[in-house]
Design a protein around this ligand. Structure first.
Ligand code: F0G
Length: 458
């Protein structure tokens, strides 16, 4: 008999989960004004709100915590982290920050000014936020294939080279501070970017003198997909593939809360001494001294180990196979999800499940609330609530896709939990025709409303 696949680790510490009844959950979600962010975590059985900072550290990482050097300047833990980043990504200069958006804030303070244009592949919300906050504009150059959830394409995170060149031709070089490539691309569904594409982006950007910046939050998951899908890399180690990827990056921002396998942290990676010097000043102002930048010594020590572990094939295989396991179960049940299955989450297509709910009543949020009531599972809406209102007309924006994201924390849940999630979603799917109305907003903040929005049943 062929031996089945099994996880590449065993469990040393557990955390008790709290079960609840459907009646309790109906009450709690009403009290939370139908906003999943407002639920306290003890009211959630399986938490898929995000894969950011929610992972489990290894025994090696916890051991490293005890060795953390908490010196204000020149901590040994900083040098351990710096040499790990250099070894894995090849950057000479590294500045720690407290998380990914802080790295964006520091680096963009050097790079971006009013009126600038920043092309890329579906910039993440905070990245776009930091660009727009500086009165610059993010231009999405992702390939068109990425926006059809049913289309099979191995690299839906790829940049459309023609779209990118159009931007380079349209604006003068001094208006384009960088091109942001997000690996894997969260906003297009955790989809990878191929090396062939990175090479083309790098070549074209060099021609026009524009530096390439990798938003690196899920860089090792990207490398795993390259090994599996780009024949050139079939026999390479993940660390070799990562080094190859980063040959095409001039700089990087990192949210260590994802592929750094830690609960908090971030950094900036650079080759340019000039940009590093300028960024140091902003790091000191916003984050902390240049050798800790908002992180404790012990957290830097754990991150150095986390980066090493997340670039090992065994870890990544277990990780990605778990997402595929859940995705394939849902496909088997007929639940419409974004295809192919991405790196860190399953994206459920709410437009296809709840067409009877008027789009003005927020289909993906309605589906998220139903899934919570069904099984105590918390996902996150990636749809009209997140898309917010048009800044000029103040009308609701209705994006093409209404998705419920189920993000899987790293090394936290077992495949029994995946079976539970799939069954709960199947139950909601089976009674979809009975769900005819959604939610109405009773209060919202002027921007970033999804975090604090208050709603009632329509
Ligand atoms: N870039 C990407 C691609 C991200 O997914 C995130 C965060 C950030 C940058 C910002 O990093 O949270 O450390 O400040 N994504 C989380 C998510 C919040 O749920 O997808 P951060």
């Amino acid at each position: 008999m062929e031996l089945p696949f099994s996880e590449s680790y065993k469990i040393k510490m557990i955390e008790q989960l709290k079960r609840s009844t459907r009646e309790q959950r109906e009450e709690w979600i009403k009290e939370a004004q139908y906003n999943l962010f407002k639920l306290s975590s003890d009211k959630v059985f399986i938490d898929l709100l995000t894969d950011s900072g929610t992972g489990a550290m290894s025994d090696r990482q916890w051991a490293a915590i005890m060795t953390g050097d908490e010196s204000y300047a020149g901590a040994r833990s900083f040098f351990e982290l710096k040499s790990t980043v250099q070894k894995i990504m090849g950057f000479e200069y590294m500045l720690p920050t407290h998380q990914g958006r802080a790295a964006e804030n520091v680096l963009f303070s050097v790079l971006i000014k009013e009126g600038d244009i920043v092309p890329g592949n579906s910039h993440f919300d905070t990245t776009k936020g930091h660009i727009e906050f500086r009165k610059a504009k993010a231009v999405d150059c992702t390939i068109d294939e990425a926006f059809d959830t049913t289309l099979d394409h191995p690299f839906k995170g790829n940049i459309d080279i023609e779209k990118l060149e159009k931007v380079y031709k349209e604006y003068p070089r001094e208006k384009i501070p960088c091109c942001v490539v997000t690996v894997t691309c969260n906003s297009s569904g955790g989809q990878p970017v191929s090396i062939a594409n990175l090479r083309e982006v790098s070549q074209l950007s060099k021609k026009y003198g524009v530096p390439v910046l990798f938003d690196s939050a899920r860089f090792s998951e990207n490398a795993y997909f390259l090994k599996m899908r780009e024949p050139e890399f079939k026999n390479w180690t993940i660390k070799e593939i990562v080094r190859e990827m980063y040959k095409y990056a001039d700089m990087a921002t990192m949210s260590s809360k994802k592929d750094g396998l830690v609960n908090i942290g971030g950094f900036i990676g650079l080759h340019s001494e000039e940009i590093y010097r300028q960024a140091c000043t902003f790091n000191i102002m916003f984050e902390g001294y240049i050798t800790y930048g908002g992180m404790s010594g012990r957290d830097m020590a754990a991150l150095a180990v986390g980066l090493d572990e997340s670039t090992e094939f065994e870890y990544l295989e277990t990780r990605i196979k778990q997402i595929e396991y859940l995705g394939n179960k849902l496909i088997e049940y007929g639940v419409p999800i974004q295809y192919p299955i991405g790196g860190h989450a399953i994206f459920v297509d709410a437009n296809k499940i709840l067409p009877n709910v008027p789009k003005e009543q927020f289909r993906a949020q309605t589906l998220g609330v139903e899934l919570y009531i069904e099984g105590g599972i918390r996902g996150v809406e990636i749809g009209a609530i997140l898309a917010d209102r048009d800044p000029v007309t103040r009308e609701n924006r209705f994006p093409k896709l209404e998705l419920l994201r189920l993000a899987i924390p790293r090394r936290v849940y077992t495949n029994n939990h995946m079976d539970y999630i799939a069954a709960a979603l199947k139950n909601v799917f089976d009674r979809r025709h009975q769900i005819k109305s959604g939610l109405e907003i009773t209060w919202e903040a002027p921007i970033m409303r999804h975090f604090t929005v208050e709603m009632k049943k329509a």
